[in-house]
Write a protein that binds this ligand. Structure first.
Ligand code: AMP
Length: 425
């Protein structure tokens, strides 16, 4: 098959690496890609916001499957536009992508189909929102309705913080994404991520994975896109897994189907394990980044038939197999991230680092220039490793990190700590 992958981050490098290993693939392109992806696929300088240009490329190159990595093109309806042109694409259509694109949409779905989530209100003006939080009290969570690059959520521990968040959102801090605000009950408990693959009819769970959102060790500093991840996680027991599938994932798939907007693709649920059982606090409609990287290292099955089964409604009798080994990834970012950072700094030692046993390095934001790899983003590298245990995977990943010479970069030194602590007993 000829396949085109859309995206340019570490998630897409991991997907490209996994797809390139499939015997079903004749030719793999990636638009726009990065210096690491170029080792697995031919990178093409397509503007992926220009759907007509993507369709034109697919027609000229006889592309049979398009795999969409990030959420923005999904929310913009690229899967529908490709389908209208007769091109198969992996991921949800525009209506189903609202599960990520609109927090209010997801809350309303939960109410309609009895999916456990926190109490909430939806608001389009500050006065009503303020009245609601004064009635509910703090702690409380204030969320911009739309896509805000992971920054549209304020967990307000005090009334003053909640009021400031409401003022900021209605003042246009997130543009149109904040024109509606969802105010949600604060859920106390352990936060976990849950991934499932759906074909619009049913869903199968992927392996468990957990990321680390804060920028510094010990979970300090501002939130980021994710500074590392590991799989499996010790916190999703079989019982919790079954509860999440039965009460959250499958009712969501059934609800979306009943509404006439079936969800196909990867459903990534943010779940809080509360005293009253698992509760959904958000959906994403694509693989997590960097969780995808550890899932791809652990996936034994060929991913391409799984993606095709998702597109074609054929998941019912599908089975995905996973390696028993653990996997862990450390994100190396440019100093200053998630704030301002420099681009164009030189990275050395990648080949030496990749020789550590079990290590695979995915590029998240790089360019190749004059025979060198240069940083070209906030999150720049994903140093991944597998091992018999999370502890072994962690040791290997940091051994590789220490072989990389990049003075302008940094990483957390404690990725996987919860699991490592547990393995230590
Ligand atoms: P999100 O952008 O929806 O992933 O939210 C960012 C973070 O806010 C999540 O990772 C959670 O830690 C936290 N969060 C979101 N909703 C809630 C909630 N209802 N209760 C407590 N924490 C929440």
């Amino acid at each position: 098959m000829n396949i085109l992958l859309l995206g340019s981050g570490g998630r897409e490098h991991a997907l490209a690496w996994k797809m390139a290993a499939s015997p079903l693939v004749t030719k793999l392109w990636c638009a726009p890609g990065n210096a690491g992806i170029a080792q697995e696929a031919e990178c093409v300088a397509l503007d992926i916001t220009d759907h007509a240009a993507v369709i034109d490329f697919c027609k000229r190159n006889m592309v049979e499957l398009v795999v969409v990595g990030p959420e923005t093109p999904l929310a913009a309806g690229i899967v529908d536009d490709l389908a209208s042109a007769g091109i198969k694409a992996f991921g949800p259509g525009k209506q189903a992508a609202q599960l990520e694109g609109s927090k209010g949409f997801t809350k309303a779905l939960c109410t309609e189909f009895n999916i456990p989530t926190g109490a909430y209100g939806r608001f389009t003006n500050a006065d009503d929102a303020l009245a609601y939080v004064r009635q509910q009290g703090a702690p409380i969570v204030v969320k911009a309705d739309g896509l805000a690059a992971g920054k549209g959520v304020v967990v307000a521990m005090t009334m003053a913080e909640a009021e400031a968040a409401i003022a900021m959102m209605f003042d246009g801090a997130f543009g149109a994404a904040g024109a509606e605000v969802v105010i949600e009950e604060y859920l106390a408990g352990r936060e976990i991520s849950f991934f499932a693959l759906s074909d619009g009819e049913t869903a199968i769970a992927l392996a468990s994975a957990q990321d680390h959102k804060r920028v510094f060790d010990d979970d300090r500093g501002p939130n980021t896109g994710g500074m590392g991840a590991y799989s499996p996680t010790p916190f999703v027991t079989d019982e919790i897994h079954d509860q999440i599938m039965a009460r959250i994932i499958l009712p969501t798939v059934a609800g979306m189907k009943a509404r006439g907007t079936p969800f196909r693709g990867v459903l990534y649920a943010g779940v809080m394990l509360t005293g009253q059982g698992p509760k959904l606090f958000e959906y994403n409609v694509r693989f997590g980044d960097p969780e995808c990287q550890v899932l791809m290292l652990r996936m034994m099955s060929d991913i391409v038939p799984a993606m095709l089964a998702s597109c074609d409604g054929q998941l019912r009798n599908f089975d995905l197999r996973w390696f028993p080994d653990a996997a862990l990834t450390v994100v190396m970012a440019a100093k200053g991230y998630p704030g301002d950072y420099a681009r164009g700094t030189r990275i050395e030692g990648l080949d030496d680092a990749a020789r550590v046993e079990g290590v695979e390095i995915f590029h998240a934001g790089t360019v190749a220039k004059d025979g060198h790899i240069l940083a070209n983003g906030g999150r720049v590298l994903n140093v991944c490793a597998s091992g018999k245990t999370i502890t072994e995977a962690q040791r290997r990943a940091y051994e590789a990190v220490d072989r990389i010479q990049w003075p302008e970069g940094f990483c957390r030194r404690d990725i996987g700590w919860q699991a490592v602590e547990r393995e230590r007993g």
